[in-house]
Design a protein around this ligand. Sequence first.
Ligand code: ADP
Length: 783
Amino acid sequence: MAFLIGASEQSVHPVSAVRDGIVFPGTENVLVFGRPKSVSAINVALKKDKKLILLMQKNSTIDDPKADDLYRVGVLVSIEKTSVGERGEINALVKGIEKVKVLSFTQEKDWFMAKYEVVKETSVKSEEIEAMVKYISAQIKKAINLGKTVDFVFLMNILNTNDSVSFSNQMAIVLDLKIDERQNLLEETDIKVKLKKEVDYVNREIKILEIEQKLSSKTQKKFEQGMRESILREKMKTIEEELGEKGEDKDLVEYDEKIRKAQMPKEVGEKALKELKRLKQMSQFNPESSYVRTYLDWLVELPWSVVSPNEINIKDAEKILNEDHYGLKKIKERILEYLAVMEMGKMKKKKGRQPTILCFVGPPGVGKTSLGRSIARSLGRKFIKISLGGIRDEAEIRGHRRTYVGALPGRMIQGIKQAGTKNPVFMLDEIDKLGRDYRGDPSAALLEALDPEQNHSFSDHYLEVPFNLSDVFFITTANILDTIPDALLDRLEVIHFPGYTEDEKFNIAKSHLVKKQLEAHSLINKEADITDSGLKTIIRRYTREAGVRELERQIATIFRKIAREIVEKKVKNKSVGVSDVSKYLGPYKYSSQMIEEKDTVGISTGLAWTQAGGDILFIEVAIMPGKGSLTLTGHLGDVMKESCQAALSYVRARYKKFGLKEDFFHKIDIHVHVPEGAVPKDGPSAGLAITTAMISALTKTPTHRTVAMTGEITLRGRALEIGGVKEKVIAAHRAGIKTVILPKDNKKDLEEIPDYVLKDLNFVFVEHMDQVLKVALKEKKSN
Ligand code: ADP
């Protein structure tokens, strides 16, 4: 082991208590002995052999320690030099000789005398110890670089020592340690353990030094920045004074002015003045002052009393709606009626409030937004639109409270500020995509904004004062009604935009879109045009939509390219015909969304409903020799797959009726395919169409290409009611279908379908598959 206790070396020496043991064997230090007991002890020692035992106090705050207050392991030191201070204290240069353990105190009255034994330590050499010594040396240098102060000569001595015990003892003096930690090092008997502890201590110290350095550089920076700012401010003040302007309060005075001009309601004005007072009292260095300024900016900029003239002239409005939009006759009529009701309310002093809120429902691109814009134009009001799609947080509608860092008003108030008047036409887009979660229910906040009973004092969390929304003309839009919360739906007057027929699209393009895009591309001198057949090609081969958005985009693409050609002087003017269309737009995107060219075996025409409106859909069935398997392809959902199974079961159960052999299925494989794989298809409504295609294929009977059908089928062949009839029927009409087969229970849905569609179509309502086959199959051939 690294130490030995020699019983023979027991002896007696005076003891002095020290508050912090900064002498270890082999180290020197100057200590001040001021307490009476210590002074007596040192005097005794000086008279004897100048040797003294230093024992550390367990608690450095005790002034007159008793024997029990001292640790038992200490250091025997020799007193090298002494001098007496002004107040009788003795300064002594002491040198640590060896580690001792006190066995007993022989005197402890005026000073301590103790019997002790020497604790010998011997250094040990091992790679590990050497490595630790090296590591500690390196770390100490690092600590010095970070700002630790160590006497240079002393440090050199330590670093040059070859003896691990001596090294560790000196290190125990150098390290920044607590009393018990230092005592613990003194008492440690295993050199390896001792060095390990020192490794930990030195690492700890470095960490602390690093943190200190970071902090001090930060404070330094802040200090410098603060100084710089105040110097600049002082300079600014002087400049402004020189120029005769009273700096500082200038913008505060401006606020006074702005508040007066904003024509706020009384309550709001008071609030604004209160905030301004607070701002005036605030130091400009207070970070809160910028929040108060932002808040005041909002208050003074909101159109509390700014209104567009609110006159409704139904005749003019009608003219404007017609100017801006082709067709949409019924919709325009309903809007005009609605405006008339508003005007009546106003005449009867009901403040011109909206009876209910309009809700435009329909697929994208059918003119919902542009009709809203047109209403604003016809009323001479501002138009703004905000999208509610994906909003889940109530605060998005109603704002964040001001205590929240970076708080702002919600979208309602933001929209009003953007409009700059308090009676704009305010379109709330995509209310069907409003979400809700733990952050509150945005639809509740929306309801409050829309409700004429409440919205004259709409409260935004940020504003803290109510804003009157009752003059706003709200219009909401949605793609579908299903996802609108009932409470909200109750307040809405729904107007359906069913989507356009091919003919309507053509007319819209001709009367509006082409003109609009010519202007947008600065082709105002008839430099470009698209022929009628060119337009029809674009509609048929490059777009597949219920609205006209894609169509407008394609027209824009063509004009963009022509504009470039004109600038590059390749052409002077251009009329785009059928053949030019593909030059500008590339190969056809859609083969044909129209009906099949001829009546075919194994194909039926179904009707599908998608978010973008309705569409027709072909179902193909192929029969081949095999072992009775049913294969399905073309992105079919589970429900649709089940429909295929059900169709097959229906046919198998009635094999005789269709002239098939009982075991027909064992010798063939059936493949059902629904082309145009990009659109995932699901839902039970293709049941009738799948069964028809299957029977057509099995009996080799062609189907009528002008007949389309939709409806669910039961295993017994009953036709069940389905949804989305309106969109589906319009899609059928668009595609050139002549006859639509619908389940009997869907008859009621025809009411919603526009007359221009109804008059072109022949409807057959069925209760059973047999009735479908009679209409859909061309002629019955028995096998
Ligand atoms: P939505 O809001 O329904 O998605 P938009 O109002 O954005 O559709 O319409 C898309 C584009 O089609 C707009 O440029 C719009 O002016 C035009 N448009 C749609 N319907 C008509 C119409 N009946 N007459 C003239 N332009 C129309």
